[in-house]
Design a protein around this ligand. Structure first.
Ligand code: ADP
Ligand code: MG
Length: 222
């Protein structure tokens, strides 16, 4: 119960033919950990992250986050749970092009009902601490890949989620920006943020995670 993430005997099938994307997966993540999930392409890493995020549902087993069994929640309850408990950063940023950097960061705060003034202060603090305060009024099209990803990190953190998930967050930025994202995740973790990070890159895992787990053919290596 003290675990932040508790996954038991989880399986995921996208279709009935062929092998499952995940099977027999057990995984726990304690508060304060930064876990790197590694493994070859197609091994099931994103599937695993999406199940932890409550973006998808397992076909077997149980996914518990912050003491809540996600498999028992309705779609509405799941969306509400995600908003409060989980921040997600994707490889390709998924920012809204028609909103400025600041408004992208503000969006989840507005959805969560945070009063405007407090949300704006929080967004500006985050943009500042991530070194992109000067870009707050810029639209994503005017930002570099590294800047976009930092905006995405700020957006993921705006509601102070206990769990930050990142799926290959450095996969679409240059090496220098990738190093900055890695340092950022490491610093967030040192500040107490629990992180689960999918990456292909062993040096990234070594630098910004406290523990590594390997996914192979839909299973987490013991
Ligand atoms: N939405 C989906 N529909 C059908 N099959 C999927 C879907 N997402 C992933 N898969 C399959 O599940 C397996 C694991 O994929 P994924 O979790 O994306 O792996 P990874 O992130 O490690 O590259 C792959 O065989 C992939 O083709
Ligand atoms: Mg993937």
């Amino acid at each position: 119960m003290s675990e932040l993430v508790n996954i038991r005997a989880v399986g995921k099938r996208y279709d009935s033919a062929g092998p499952p994307a995940l099977h027999g997966v057990d995984l726990t993540v304690a508060p304060g950990e930064a876990v790197a999930v590694m493994g070859p392409s197609g091994s099931g890493k994103s599937t695993l992250l999406n199940l932890i995020a409550g973006l998808d549902r397992p076909t077997e087993g149980r996914v518990e986050v912050a003491g809540t069994d996600l498999t028992g929640l309705s779609e509405t309850a799941l969306a509400r749970f995600r908003r409060r408990h989980i921040g997600i950063v994707f490889q390709f940023f998924h920012l809204l092009d028609e909103l400025t950097a600041r408004d992208n960061v503000l969006l989840p705060a507005h959805l969560a009902g945070t009063p405007r003034r407090a949300a704006r202060a929080r967004a500006d603090d985050l943009l500042d601490s991530l070194g992109i305060a000067a870009r707050a009024d810029a639209y994503p099209a005017r930002l570099s890949g590294g800047e976009r990803q930092r905006v995405a990190v700020a957006r993921a953190l705006v509601n102070r989620p206990p769990l930050l998930l990142a799926d290959e967050p450095t996969g679409a930025v240059d090496a220098h920006a990738g190093d900055q994202i890695c340092d950022l995740l490491r610093d967030l973790n040192r500040g107490g943020q629990t992180v689960v990070l999918v990456t292909h890159d062993p040096s990234l895992a070594a630098r910004c995670a406290t523990r590594t787990v390997e996914v192979r053919d839909g299973q987490v290596a013991p």
